[in-house]
Structure formats: structure tokens, C-alpha cells
Design a protein. Sequence first.
Length: 291
Amino acid sequence: MDRRFLTVLGVSLLFALLVSAIFYQITGRLRKAPPKPKQETADIVVAATMLPVGVTIQPSNVSVAKMPRDQFPKGGFRKPEEVIGRPVISMILAEEPVLEGRLAQRGSGLGLSPVIPAGMRAVSVKVNEVVGVAGFVLPGMRVDVLATVKPPGEAGTRTSTILQNIVVLSAGQHIQPDARGQAINVPVVTLLVTPEQAEVLTLAASEGKIQLVLRNAADQALGRPPGRQISGLYGVSKRPERVVRPTTPKPPPLATAQVAVIAPPPRPDEVVVIRGTKKTLERIGEGEAND
């Protein structure tokens, strides 16, 4: 048998034995590895069904589930008694954990009341349509409010933007979209405003007509529209009215005193008369004058 062949065969056998030994050691260590500790779990309260905004949680609305303790969310609850009787202020889906930020305090009211943040107000206004979507509006949308009124002292009506970037709380009796996400065509919309904005909105609704204009929720810019008058709509420039101011009558001119200038009488002619050593001044037509 060839010596070279035997050498190659021996080296291959040694290499195979070495690889087998290494593989055996690795698998042996894996078999001897200690089992992983059992992961600890904790109870968490989840919604049994979808919980819409404004609903007060009842015992049948929630259940208890298990989840890893290290993944327990902040604001979660462990016992159903901690959430029963509290209103929902943000929609909770089925099997979703019930968190503190989604609930209002007990006794804060029903319906829209728990949804209104502290310092804000909910005002309902009657509208004809929402521009751009043919009268459809959904809670959570943002709108601008336009008012068409007749300002005092002006002949025509004016349309002005009185509020911008206002959140829609509810449309009619609905305070959130339905399960299919369909829009709601209603003549009454409830808006979330500050107390000052509530005064402006109420005054405009009583003096004229309110119109809502939808805007992109990501558009937070506030503009300064100048407003439009009926004369500008038809291209008629309004001439400025002439203001007649009352004038104070001028006093009559003071009378100028006229002084008569009397001319002096003409001076008579004088003649020097010498008689011997005596010299006299005589005026013609008058008596003699002394020196």
C-alpha cells in the first residue's frame, strides 16, 4: 500500500477524532446547563370589551389577565375594584390594559363631563355644515370657527375668523366615532374652548351665523385672516364716508377806530420891517409880532 495514502488517511482520522471530541464537549455542556428560572407574572386589569369615552366601568367590562412582571405598564391596575365606577376619558380596546391615564376620578360626572380638562369649557353650537366634507364631522377633529354678523356702523355683513384650532368634543349625541369610523351628519357640535373663547363663541352665535371649517390636525399654525365684507365679495370698493365736523363760528372782526387827522392851519406870511433903529416882524393879515 502506498505510504502517501496511509499518511493522508491517518491525518484525516485524527482530524475527525478531534472534531468529534470538540462537538461532544459542547453538547455535554449544553446538557449540563442549568434550566432558566421561571418568569414571574403579575395580574393586570384589561378591558373585556371595547370601552368608549364617557362610559362608567362596570364589573362586567373588565377582567384580569397575566403578564410578565417586568413588562407591567406604568399606571396599570392589579385589581378590578380599582377601576370599577370610574369614567373612561379615552377609548380602550378589548383585551387592552386599563391605565390610569384613560380614566377619570370617581364622581367626576357622566358623559362629556369627565372628558373636559380642568380650566376648559364645552360649548355646543348650531351649525349648517362643515366646509369641505358636506356637513360631516367626527369627534376629535380640529376646526376653525367663522362668524357672519353685521357689525355696528357698517351697511353690510362681515365674515371673520373668530376662533382657530378648536377641538370637536362631540357631534350631536356622539362623543366618539362609531366602530366603523363613519362620520356623523348633525346640526349641533360641541367644542372644547377656554372660558374667554366660550364668551366669543356665544356672542357670535347670538348675533349672527356660525360656520365651521375643518383643518388638518397636524396644522397648528394660527393665521390672521382680515375678514371679508359683502361689498368686497362683489368687487365694490366702499367709498370712505365724508365726516362733517361741527365748526365753531368765528367772532366778528373788531371795529377799527378811525381817527380824523386835522391839518394845521396854514402859516401866515411874515415880513421884517425896519424903522430907523427899530426892527419889527409883521405878519401879513395879522397884527404885529414882538421880537
